[in-house]
Design a protein around this ligand. Structure first.
Ligand SMILES: Nc1ncnc2c1ncn2[C@@H]1O[C@H](COP(=O)(O)OP(=O)(O)OP(=O)(O)O)[C@@H](O)[C@H]1O
Length: 277
């Protein structure tokens, strides 16, 4: 989707190409006279967990859609490891190692758990989808290697031994874990998680949080959009707060929780209270 009146400058250079995994500069999205995002800038350092929070309708998903190439902004630039993504398609962005999960589970319910993960692997695989369909010998060897990788990923997310089950038969929380497994199969350098805790019970959320920590410890940078403030405040290195399309605060979890602008934006929903429960 392309926003009207596009004035994106794809020749802008990144400000900090060495340390930043992702850098968003002066992003604006105007749709039909509505200002969805305005002057939005943020930076995600390599190897860190950064969260983007904000009340409903603040523009978080829109920002994710732009970062991952699903939408074009009205103005501004997005750099991933120093490369401007603004003219790239979602496939090209994913090919660079910038991988997202979706708010709703995006699994193939009629395929097995393993097939769901293999699909993501084939997208990055050398053999390609046609080689797999034609069952070439070299592809079969590659297939055996991939099957073992599938088991490793399933073990990592806690779905070991479930490879042969139909994805649609998994419980909701397990489907979210499969969504994460699919994203990991694409070997992300930067993982964008869109409300991973939505619909999860407290113990599932806790498990997901531990997984996100381990993913980061393994060297993957994480950008998280999440309404569960307990999760956000306990795992983030830095939190950016978006309100009505603008970044109103950023800093450590403690800093943003005590920021008067943030408290005002969350008035009635009790940001601090939500972070403690
Ligand atoms: N294609 C579009 N056309 C018009 N308005 C849109 C479009 N996409 C998003 N919006 C509006 O932009 C605003 C930001 O939406 P967005 O989904 O990005 O917010 P969000 O912060 O992710 O919200 P939530 O936390 O509820 O998911 C909302 O007011 C939404 O209605």
């Amino acid at each position: 989707m392309v926003a009207p009146n596009m004035t994106v400058d794809s020749t802008i250079a990144p400000a900090s190409p060495i340390h930043a995994s992702l850098e968003i500069r002066d992003l604006a999205v105007h749709i039909g006279g509505l200002v969805i995002l305005e002057q939005m800038s943020l930076s995600v350092p390599k190897g860190k967990i950064v969260s983007l929070i904000g009340p409903n309708g603040a523009g978080k998903t829109t920002a994710f859609n732009i970062i991952t190439g699903y939408m074009k902004p009205t103005a501004g630039a997005v750099f991933f490891e120093g490369q401007n993504l603004i003219d790239m398609t979602p496939d090209e962005v994913a090919g660079l190692g910038l991988v997202r999960t979706f708010q709703r589970t995006s699994i193939f319910a009629g395929c097995t758990v393993a097939e769901n993960i293999l699909t993501a692997m084939h997208l990055r695989g050398r053999a390609g989808l046609w080689g797999a369909i034609l069952r070439l010998p070299s592809v079969l060897r590659e297939e055996a290697r991939l099957q073992s990788e599938v088991e490793d990923i399933l073990t990592f997310v806690g779905l070991q031994g479930r490879a042969g089950e139909m994805a649609g038969s998994l419980a909701y929380g397990e489907q979210r874990l499969l969504g994460l497994a699919i994203a990991l199969a694409a070997r992300p350098k930067l993982l964008l998680l869109d409300e991973p805790a939505a619909g999860l019970n407290p113990s599932e959320t806790e498990r997901f949080k531990e997984l996100v920590r381990r993913i980061c410890d393994d060297g993957v940078t994480v950008l998280l959009v999440e309404h569960d403030m307990q999760m956000v405040m306990s795992i983030s290195d830095t939190v950016f707060v978006l309100n009505q399309g603008r970044i109103i605060a950023s800093g450590t979890p403690v800093m943003v929780q005590n920021d008067p602008e943030v408290i005002k934006a969350y008035l009635g929903t009790g940001l601090k209270k939500r972070a403690k429960t």
